[in-house]
Design a protein around this ligand. Structure first.
Ligand SMILES: Nc1ccn([C@@H]2O[C@H](COP(=O)(O)OP(=O)(O)OP(=O)(O)O)[C@@H](O)[C@H]2O)c(=O)n1
Ligand SMILES: C[C@](O)(CO)[C@H](O)COP(=O)(O)O
Length: 229
């Protein structure tokens, strides 16, 4: 049940406003990027990491990989304008039709047990994603006016990793390119080629570090998990 993981790490962190790549910010004196990479580097089922990187960050990222002895990075591919472009660049380097995970570098709190739970499902179905049931009521809004309330019992907050058989994901990316479709996650591309996607419940700690407020939550999660960082 081995897999390879694509980790998009080439964003600009505009919403974080840290003045540098938010993945270089530190939690417990270790860069966010390293926290995320170590989960996969230490997973016995992971047989390779493909990192999408802003070329301006390549030298610094390479020195971090050496400093923290990250062993399983197979390739650093150039990131693209959108998250989807970065992942597509990485996908094009994959050589076998096995299981591919895509996981945001900005999500350092993913647990190995959830990765493995996702893997089992993806092996069976060809497409599985991690998420948690929505806690807030969600509404559609246009010009500051509430249009509708979305039934919460069917709403999930989608995270990463997202896991796919390579051939399914690559076909979805080719189709999206043909249609000039840009999705906010990989599953949306796979849904568009009518491949069923299974939801696997993860946990609320698996946050994406997007805005400054998330750093406070991150510190609390680190404290709660003290000793595993
Ligand atoms: N062109 C891009 C955009 C994003 N990402 C990566 O995709 C993940 C999720 O993206 P997000 O959290 O939105 O990061 P940023 O795009 O950097 O954030 P912002 O939109 O605030 O600039 C991050 O690990 C980010 O580095 C990427 O590899 N290439
Ligand atoms: C893929 C994702 O993490 C699922 O929630 C999210 O859509 C990424 O969004 P971003 O704006 O690219 O961070």
């Amino acid at each position: 049940m081995a897999y390879q993981v694509i980790i998009p790490a080439a964003g600009q962190g505009k919403r974080m406003g840290a003045g540098k790549n938010k993945l270089l910010l530190e939690l417990n004196n270790i860069p966010v990027l390293i926290h995320t990479l170590k989960v996969f580097d230490e997973d016995e089922l992971c047989n390779g990491i493909i990192l999408a990187v802003n070329p301006l960050d390549t030298a610094e990222f390479k020195s971090l990989l050496n400093k923290y002895k990250v062993k399983k990075v197979l390739d650093l591919v150039p990131g693209g304008k959108e998250r989807q472009d970065s992942i597509y660049n990485a996908l094009k380097t994959v050589k076998n039709d096995g299981i591919i995970l895509v996981h945001d570098a900005a999500r350092p709190f993913i647990l190995k047990e959830h990765i493995h739970r996702l893997l089992v499902t993806a092996q069976e179905t060809g497409a599985a994603i991690i998420g948690v049931p929505a806690k807030d009521t969600m509404k559609t809004v246009r010009d500051d006016m509430v249009m509708a309330t979305v039934e919460r019992s069917s709403l999930w907050a989608v995270q990463t990793p997202q896991a796919f058989r390579f051939s399914v994901l690559f076909k979805a990316y080719e189709q999206a390119e043909k249609e000039n479709f840009i999705g906010t996650d990989d599953s949306s591309l796979v849904e568009r080629i009518s491949h069923p996607v299974t939801m696997v419940e993860g946990d609320y700690d698996n946050i994406k570090l997007t805005t400054k407020e998330d750093l406070f939550f991150a510190e609390a999660i680190v404290t709660k998990r003290q000793g595993s960082f």
